[in-house]
Structures are given as structure tokens and as C-alpha cells.
Design a protein around this ligand. Structure first.
Ligand SMILES: Nc1ncnc2c1ncn2[C@@H]1O[C@H](COP(=O)(O)OP(=O)(O)OP(=O)(O)O)[C@@H](O)[C@H]1O
Length: 328
């Protein structure tokens, strides 16, 4: 797992081509009341070519701000950015034809069908009409393309928005929280669409505050909190770095103190303690036994990004004192 630095290393140490690269990226807002708000802080983002890369962080952690800067919609206060190896925003006009983005809901005409909306768009950007059928198929809207847009579900509207970006066959697709506000069926359809695109060779940057989403859909991920990168790497590796154990003990307070002293991350829960650690069960047992505490239970809990995130944000918040927003 890589925690800092702009290069993405595979487990074998190979440095892959980066589609998105930021170095020391900063964005500070000055609010009307005169307060200074740091939205993005020294962010080194490295997104390798191919597959789906998750951009994971709680609400307000700086994902949209970063994406807006990458797309030239907002100006950084510091640092540098590259897309396909080109400095942006300076060279944005050159790389923009390769990039599709759904950052806000696009304006479609409610009385036109999905197909008519895309045909209008395709002609406006000089793409062949045949691209419309291909784009509709990629987002699985083929059977519903002759329904009026106003009759579409939110999920279908979102898939049409993705189809619109696919008309020009982008090599990079940036999706900002694309499943927000969708029902479970809509969420599933969008996730399938994103996975299909990743498998077809499109690099997808998927921003999300939903850990399970990133875990299910993404090959690699960057986790941010307070505008800072907390970890980056393959999702398998991010999960593999730590295991959570449920620890049952007669005296949880003493046990927690001993475990924290031993360098483990500890959370209290109803049935005992949850310990996020890279250590073996034997080491946990020894740490407690050396302090005179004997276990009544020690069982591994399925590792997920949530425990990784909690470990990372705990480290990051030590120096900040503010709390992260809600993750679900
Ligand atoms: N135009 C602005 N003026 C002032 N503060 C802003 C502005 N835009 C964003 N912020 C602040 O910057 C921080 C990061 O916001 P941002 O929208 O980038 O987070 P996010 O990770 O995309 O969150 P969400 O998941 O809620 O969209 C927040 O504290 C937000 O309030």
C-alpha cells in the first residue's frame, strides 16, 4: 500500500502509466464570514491507466473540489495536476476530447426520448448517429431508449448522463458520486455499468463516500480525509493490510489500554472490543496476557475498507481535532 507520493506502484513494484496525477494539490476557500476553509491539502493523487479507481472519502472531504479542479472548473491555490501526462489546466483543451465527466446532472429535454436527447447531443458535438446506439447499449438503456426522458427513473437518468459522456468514446470517465439518491435497483445498475466500462478499458474515477461501493466496483482506490490522501493502492491490498479481530475480555478498559499501548487500533462495541491490526492473533493474546488480562473470545471479523478507513482517519485526525463526516 502506498500512502504518499504520486506514483502508483503495483505489488510487484512496477510503476504504471498514470492517467491522473496531482502533486501537492491545494484548494483554500475564503468564506463570506472571512473564515479560511482548506478543502484540499497537499493532495498527491495517482490514478493508473485502466480499470475503476475509487476516490473515497466522507462528505466534505474534498472529492468534488478535486474533481472540479481537474476539469478546469475551479482553480487550485497550489500544486500541480496532470491528465494523460499533460499539465492542466494549461493543456486541458488537448486532453478534454479523451475525458468524459458526470459532475452535475446534465440538462436533458424532458419531452424528448432518451435516444432523441442523445442524437441531438451527438450531432452538436459532431459524432455519428451510430454512436448513440453504442452508448445506449453500454449503459443498458437500449430497450428503454424510446421512452420520454421525463418518464425515466433517477437511475435511468443517471445512466443516460453516462451514455452522453460515452458518445465521444472517452479514455477517462470521471463520475462524482453517481449513485447518490438512487434506490437499490438503480445503484446496482449504475455499478454494473461502471464495472462494464472498466472491463472495456476505460479508466474510471469513481468518487464515493460509500465504502461497500468502492469495495465492490473498484480495482484500486485512494482514500481521503480532510482533503488529504490517507492511503492509495489496489483495493485488495488496502483491505489486506489489516485484519479486525473481535476480542472478548472481562475488563475491556484495561484490555483497550494494553492493546493501544501495543500499537493496535481499538474500538469498543457491545460484545467487547474490535481490534484493527496487522499483528497475529498470538501477538494480541500475548499483549493482553502480559498485562494480566485473559481472553474469553478472539475471532477475526471480515476485513473491509471501513476498518481500514477508521484506522487511517484516526491517525489523520490526531493532528486536526475535527471529526469526519458520516460514512455509510
Ligand atoms: N465554493 C465553496 N466555498 C467555500 N467552501 C467550499 C466551497 N466548495 C466546497 N467547500 C468546502 O470544501 C470542503 C470540501 O468540499 P467537497 O464538496 O469538495 O467535499 P466532497 O468530498 O465532495 O463532499 P460530498 O461527498 O459531500 O460531495 C467542504 O468543507 C466544503 O464545505
Amino acid at each position: 500500500m502506498q500512502r504518499t507520493g504520486p506514483r502508483h506502484r503495483s505489488p510487484g513494484g512496477h510503476v504504471s502509466e498514470l492517467v491522473i496525477e496531482t502533486r501537492g494539490l491545494n484548494k483554500t476557500f475564503h468564506t463570506r464570514s472571512g473564515a479560511v476553509r482548506v478543502a484540499v491539502r497537499d493532495l498527491d493523487l495517482a490514478v493508473p491507466a485502466g480499470g475503476v479507481h475509487g476516490f473515497l472519502g466522507p462528505n466534505g472531504s474534498g472529492k468534488t473540489t478535486t474533481i472540479r479542479m481537474l476539469l478546469g472548473l475551479s482553480r487550485p491555490t497550489g500544486g500541480s495536476m496532470r491528465l494523460f501526462g499533460q499539465d492542466v489546466p494549461q493543456r486541458l483543451p488537448e486532453v478534454m476530447p479523451w475525458i468524459g465527466a458526470v459532475v452535475e446532472s446534465p440538462k436533458f429535454s424532458p419531452n424528448f426520448t432518451g435516444r432523441q436527447n442523445l442524437l441531438l447531443l451527438a450531432r452538436a458535438i459532431g459524432e455519428q448517429d451510430s454512436r448513440v446506439d453504442e452508448a445506449l447499449a453500454l449503459v443498458s438503456l437500449t430497450g428503454r431508449d424510446r421512452d420520454r426522458y421525463r418518464a425515466y427513473s433517477l437511475g435511468m437518468k443517471q445512466r443516460l448522463a453516462i451514455a452522453a459522456t460515452l458518445l465521444k468514446q472517452p479514455r477517462l470517465l470521471i463520475l462524482d458520486e453517481p449513485t447518490n439518491g438512487l434506490d437499490p435497483a438503480g445503484i446496482r445498475e449504475i455499478r454494473e455499468t461502471i464495472r462494464n466500462l472498466g472491463e472495456r478499458g476505460v479508466t474510471v474515477l469513481l468518487s464515493s463516500h460509500i465504502l461497500a461501493e468502492v469495495q465492490q466496483v473498484c480495482d484500486s482506490a485512494t482514500i481521503i480525509g480532510h482533503g488529504r490522501m490517507l492511503a492509495s493502492g489496489r483495493v485488495d491490498d488496502l483491505i489486506g493490510t489489516s485484519t479486525t479481530y473481535r476480542v472478548g475480555v472481562p475488563d475491556p478498559d484495561t484490555a483497550a489500554r494494553l492493546l493501544v499501548g501495543g500499537g493496535h487500533t481499538v474500538r469498543a462495541e457491545e460484545r467487547g472490543l474490535l481490534v484493527d491490526t496487522q499483528a497475529s492473533p498470538g501477538e494480541i493474546t500475548r499483549t493482553l496476557a502480559d498485562g494480566g488480562v485473559y481472553l474469553t473470545e478472539l475471532s477475526p471479523v471480515r476485513a473491509d475498507l471501513e476498518s481500514v478507513f477508521l484506522q487511517l482517519t484516526e491517525q489523520a485526525t490526531l493532528g486536526h481535532g475535527t471529526d469526519e463526516g458520516a460514512l455509510r
